[in-house]
Ligand binder design. Structure first.
Ligand code: AMP
Length: 285
């Protein structure tokens, strides 16, 4: 595996590649990230992984400085999988400090919902860096995890709206045995809190099983209360149209519950699919 830190060297190495599979990450790699790499390898021969902790997506009081960085271990994991290139630029390479009035890409409305409601610059930071990375790597396909459901829908919309011409492949959430979604931020939790964190998914599973068109508000309210009782500070727990990210309407074909909650100040997100057939049935039938 080639480890490349500059855009120029990366582009020299990619010049002769016709098909490039691309997996953007912020590093501290776990089984969720590696599942994206494995998926990419089933599609194409040449895989590029990027590791870049994107400061544009962190708000002033968020955890940019303490975000886990484990490059040496990450390299070993990617080498073991036979990745072709690791692109790991520093911040100055991606966002030169002499750059003034950086161009931002912002998708209105959907970027203000769910995670965007409490993280106002989050999706604009992501969209801006993703477009930069796409223009640098020029991949055929990009691989994203369903763990960040809102992010994946927003990036699909971005590519469609701007005719980016790169296919987006999404892959299912990889979980620990406890049910907790694998996340780099799980490393910030001690063993006891990790056990507690798994209750987020338990709560989502139970809500997804019981939620119906005529009880959804009550089910979400109860899930929220239950998470509060279990020590979480809940940011949101919302039932949405999985494809638009808006509220469910009569046109909705797929449903999802998205949630974000803090445990010991560590932000956890998760989501789960809801069967539309079950949702449309009346309670007790
Ligand atoms: P991150 O490093 O957190 O920016 O994530 C990089 C990519 O890995 C994103 O597309 C995430 O959705 C994906 N990802 C993170 N955690 C998981 C997981 N537990 N299962 C599947 N994909 C994941």
């Amino acid at each position: 595996m080639k480890i490349i830190k500059t855009i120029k060297e990366l582009q020299q190495n990619l010049k002769t590649q016709e098909l490039v599979e691309f997996i953007p990450t912020m590093g501290n790699l776990h089984s969720g990230h590696l599942s994206l790499v494995k998926k990419a390898q089933t599609f194409g021969k040449y895989t590029v992984v990027s590791i870049f902790v994107n400061n544009l997506q962190f708000g002033p009081n968020e955890d940019l400085n303490t975000y886990p960085r484990t490059l040496v271990e990450d390299i070993k994991k990617l080498e073991a999988l036979g990745v072709d290139i690791l692109f790991c630029p520093n911040t100055d390479e991606m966002l030169p400090t002499n750059q003034v009035d950086l161009t931002f890409i912002k998708i209105p409305k959907v970027s203000e919902l769910h995670c965007g409601a409490s993280r106002p610059i989050f999706f604009q930071g992501i969209c801006t860096i993703i477009i930069k990375l796409i223009n640098i790597v020029k991949p055929t396909r990009i691989y994203l995890g369903e763990k960040d459901w809102q992010q994946s829908i927003i990036i699909k919309k971005l590519f469609q709206d701007l005719n980016v011409g790169v296919e987006v492949i999404t892959t299912p959430i990889v979980r620990e045995e406890s049910g907790l979604a694998c996340s780099s931020r799980n490393n910030k939790l001690d063993n006891q809190t990790l056990e507690q964190a798994a209750l987020l998914y338990e709560e989502l599973e139970s809500a997804a099983k019981n939620i119906k068109h005529n009880n959804w508000k009550e089910i979400l309210e109860n899930a929220k209360k239950s998470l509060l009782d279990k020590g979480f500070k809940v940011d949101y727990i919302n039932l949405i149209d999985a494809n638009t990210l808006y509220e469910v309407t009569s046109d909705t074909k797929e449903l999802r519950i998205l949630a974000a909650a803090y445990l010991n100040k560590v932000r956890l997100i998760d989501n789960i699919s809801v069967s539309i057939g079950d949702y449309l049935q009346d309670e007790g039938t």
